[in-house]
Design a protein around this ligand. Structure first.
Ligand code: SF4
Length: 266
């Protein structure tokens, strides 16, 4: 879905790590709609800021539908984030063993990310799945949970060339997956070359949903909306799904549709 807002190009120096993490919102519990944890209840920690946040810059993503605006984000300490996650789960459920999805923007821009996440693991017992472009590799002191790389081409059509660190033998991320956008026709018809050397079970193809116009404010996209075809380009979206199916069959990869689009949940 096209969101018309723009944002700054946030570099690593934009963030003040002494204040904690710049958080856009914490929401859930809902369902993680994609990739290895598809269908799993999760709370989401969405961080503010992206190095590709200026939609018209050469490395910007003009199609981005995520609201990570720094002007709508606030700094939170590890304790404040932990309390918000506990509140999200409510008094009936403990976050222990539950999934926390950390996304952005680009979470790995923020140098306090790992400190805060270790605190959350130690104090709440959550397991964490990170979503990142993979553009920024952090060398870690301790291994962490699952990372899903989603490489972006930006307006310049160039993929990041520095993804290899995530897969090096001494990488502290033992569980790295790739979620690759795919479309029948357009920049994401060509896949990042790294994908062809990955173990097939680590690869998810994510078909791009093509929107004709934005849904009314506050309405979540769902295939069950009676007038969804006024907004979603069914033919192009289906063509992208079929492009994913053909490649997955050929290479032994998996297709990761968006469950949240089916159900209409955040
Ligand atoms: S990298 Fe991801 S979050 Fe950042 S602008 Fe591109 S699509 Fe949006």
């Amino acid at each position: 879905m096209t969101i018309t807002h723009n944002d700054i190009t946030a570099s690593k120096t934009y963030f003040d790590s002494s204040k904690g993490l710049l958080v856009r919102n914490i929401f859930g519990p809902t369902i993680q709609g994609e990739m290895p944890y598809a269908g799993t209840p999760a709370v989401f920690l969405r961080l503010g800021g992206c190095h590709r946040g200026n939609k018209s810059a050469p490395n910007g993503c003009s199609f981005c539908d995520t609201d990570f605006r720094v002007s709508h984000s606030s700094y939170m300490t590890a304790d404040e984030i932990g309390s918000a996650i506990r509140r999200a789960w409510g008094s009936s459920y403990s976050p222990k063993g539950r999934l926390l999805v950390v996304s952005g923007g680009e979470p790995f821009l923020q140098s306090s990310l790992m400190y805060v996440c270790y605190e959350l693991i130690l104090k709440l017992g959550v397991k964490i799945q990170f979503e990142t472009t993979g553009d920024i590799y952090l060398d870690l002191q301790y291994p962490l949970h699952t990372v899903v790389l989603s490489p972006k081409r930006g307006n310049s059509k160039q993929y990041s060339t520095n993804l290899a660190g995530w897969f090096s033998p001494d990488s502290r991320f033992p569980n790295v997956f790739m979620r690759h956008l795919i479309e029948e026709d357009g920049p994401y018809r060509t896949l990042h070359p790294l994908i062809y050397g990955m173990r097939p079970e680590k690869v998810f193809l994510s078909p791009i949903a093509v929107w004709k116009k934005a849904l009314p404010e506050g309405v979540l996209p769902s295939l069950f909306l009676p007038d969804i075809s006024d907004y979603l380009d069914m033919a192009k979206t289906r063509a992208n799904y079929m492009a994913a199916v053909y490649r997955a069959v050929h290479y032994g990869w998996r297709v990761s549709g968006q469950m949240q689009l089916l159900f209409g949940v955040e």
